[in-house]
Ligand binder design. Structure first.
Ligand SMILES: O=C(O)c1cc(=O)[nH]c(=O)n1[C@@H]1O[C@H](COP(=O)(O)O)[C@@H](O)[C@H]1O
Length: 274
């Protein structure tokens, strides 16, 4: 999916919500555990209930890798289900990969080609040749970690490198990469005020903004500093939505949480046109 098509979906659905599928066997309703594929059953129920309120889903691969072969099968079924039932939905493989070029190429093939995700999160630490193999894929996006939502982001990302914070250097340097038009960036919602500075460097780029909900980020602040006339934001929430309840109507309650964020997003979108 192109960025323009994603923007079209955002205006159509009045939502720039991404629901995080961080599916944890210890957190899903216990009655699902007797099913053949509890992870897929949970994801399917969440997707069916929330799809009208969001434009993207982001399975975090750690949760799937943690349960081995079953996890990989559940991930594959989830992406196939999204492709067949909700092809208008944007998909993000939250993998945070990046290695020497030869190896990055394999990660890119696995997630962007074989599994067919629209995008993948990538760590920028190993530099140009570790990122460019992901950027080669047409109509796919590489979402580079710029300024992450966790406390440890201050260990390196905000440190000065020749008078400029590292996260700014990451973004500026990445703009010189081949096929840089396929880049998006991760900026944590917990650091919303930094979005002002980031927008000076990438005024138009899509930003994936996780950290609203369980990590305490504010949607209002994210929009105040980060929204553009074409929106340019995908705001992710995982636990606050998918684990809103562990009863048999968990999906309905998750949908209500997603709807409440969507309503706030619709309100932010009306401000753009006024
Ligand atoms: O790349 C990410 O998605 C990501 C980057 C970041 O800076 N912070 C962050 O929380 N994430 C991911 O976003 C999701 C946030 O989950 P919740 O805190 O439950 O909403 C998790 O899958 C995290 O791994």
């Amino acid at each position: 999916m192109t960025a323009a098509e994603l923007t079209e979906q955002i205006f159509k659905k009045k939502s720039f919500l991404c629901v995080g599928l961080d599916t944890d066997l210890e957190k899903i309703p216990t009655y699902l555990l007797s099913e053949k594929d509890p992870v897929f059953s949970f994801n399917k129920a969440i997707i069916d209930a929330t799809h009208q309120y969001c434009v993207a889903y982001k399975p975090n691969l750690a949760f799937y890798e943690a349960i081995g072969v079953d996890g990989f099968k559940a991930l594959k079924k989830t992406i196939e289900y999204l492709h067949s039932e909700y092809p208008e939905i944007y998909t993000i493989a939250d993998a945070k990969r990046g290695d020497i070029g030869n190896t990055s190429r394999m990660y890119a093939k696995a997630y962007l080609e074989d599994l067919g995700f629209d995008s993948i999160t990538v760590a920028p630490y190993m530099g140009r040749d570790s990122v460019e193999p992901f950027l080669e894929f047409t109509n796919k996006h590489t979402i580079l970690l710029a300024l992450t939502s966790n406390q440890g982001a201050f260990d390196f990302q905000t440190k000065n490198l020749e008078n400029e914070e590292l996260y700014k250097e990451v973004i500026k340097t990445s703009l010189t990469y081949k096929n840089a038009e396929n880049l998006m960036y991760v900026v944590g919602a917990t650091k919303a005020e930094f979005l002002q500075e980031i927008r000076k460097i990438v005024p138009e780029s899509f930003l994936l903004v996780p950290g609203v909900g369980a990590q305490g980020g504010s949607l209002e602040e994210v929009c105040q500093y980060g929204i553009t006339k074409n929106v340019g934001l995908l705001v992710n929430s995982s636990r606050k939505i998918i684990y809103a309840s562990d009863s048999s109507n968990f999906a309905e309650i998750a949908a209500a949480r997603a709807e409440s964020l969507q309503v706030q997003m619709a309100d932010e979108l009306t401000k753009l046109s006024s």
